[in-house]
Ligand binder design. Structure first.
Ligand code: HEC
Ligand code: HEC
Ligand code: HEC
Length: 125
C-alpha cells in the first residue's frame, strides 16, 4: 500500500515537470527562421533558455564591458531577421515577434536595439 502511494507521488511530479512552461511545447507557428545556419545552442534548448542567455549576456556587457560574445543580441538579429524583410519584428511570421505574440510574452528589447539585419540578404550574394 505504502509503495503504491509513493509511486503515485512520483508519477505526479513527473506530470508537473512535463507541463513546465510554454517554451517547452512544440509549436506550429510558421516562423521565418532567417538566414539559416546553426543556432548558438540546440534549437530545442534555445526555446527554453534564450531569455536567460540574453539577460546574462547583457549583464556581462553592461557591467564588464565584454562584447561580441556567443550570445549577443545583435547576432541573433543577424541570423534570425526575415529572409526578405531583414527584420525580426513586423509580422506574425517575423521570428521574435511571431513567437512572442503567440506566447503572449512582451518583448521590449527593440525599443532600443535594432530589430534589423545590418547587411541585407540580397547585398550579401
Ligand atoms: C548562425 C545563425 C544563428 C544565430 C547567431 C542564432 N540562431 Fe537561433 N536558430 C538558428 C537556426 C537556423 C534555427 C532553427 C534550427 C532548426 O529549426 O532546426 C534556430 C532556432 C532558434 C530558436 C528555436 C525556434 C523554434 O521555432 O523553436 C530560438 C528560440 C532561437 N534560435 C533563438 C536565438 C537567439 C535568442 C539567438 C541569439 C542569442 C540566436 N537564436 C542566434 C540560427 C541562429
Ligand atoms: C532603454 C534601452 C534598452 C532596452 C529597452 C534594452 N537594452 Fe539591451 N542594451 C542597451 C544599451 C545602451 C546597450 C549597450 C550598447 C550596445 O552594446 O548596444 C545594451 C546592450 C545589450 C546587450 C549586449 C550587446 C549585444 O548586442 O549583445 C544585450 C545582449 C542586450 N542589451 C539585451 C537586451 C535584451 C534581451 C533586452 C530586452 C529584455 C534589452 N537589451 C533591452 C539598451 C537597452
Ligand atoms: C519559439 C518561440 C520563441 C521565439 C522564436 C523567441 N522567443 Fe523569446 N520567449 C519565448 C517565450 C515562450 C518566453 C517566455 C518564457 C518564460 O517566461 O518562461 C520568451 C521570453 C523572452 C525574453 C524574456 C522576457 C521577459 O520579460 O522576461 C526575452 C528577452 C526574449 N524572449 C527575447 C527573444 C528574442 C530577442 C527573440 C528573437 C531573436 C526571441 N525571444 C524569440 C518564446 C520565443
Amino acid at each position: 500500500m505504502k509503495m503504491a502511494i509513493r509511486l503515485t507521488a512520483i508519477l505526479f511530479s513527473v506530470m508537473i515537470a512535463a507541463t513546465a512552461s510554454a517554451a517547452d511545447k512544440p509549436h506550429s507557428i510558421p516562423l521565418d527562421i532567417g538566414k539559416g545556419g546553426k543556432c548558438v545552442e540546440e534549437p530545442m534548448e534555445m526555446r527554453k533558455i534564450h531569455m536567460n542567455l540574453l539577460k546574462h549576456q547583457r549583464d556581462e556587457t553592461m557591467h564588464k564591458g565584454i562584447r561580441g560574445q556567443k550570445h549577443s543580441l545583435a547576432d541573433c538579429v543577424e541570423c534570425h531577421a526575415g529572409k526578405e524583410t531583414n527584420n525580426v519584428l513586423g509580422s506574425d511570421k517575423a521570428f521574435c515577434q511571431g513567437c512572442h505574440t503567440y506566447a503572449a510574452v512582451k518583448l521590449d528589447c527593440f525599443e532600443c536595439h535594432t530589430s534589423k539585419r545590418k547587411v541585407p540578404a540580397e547585398a550579401r550574394k
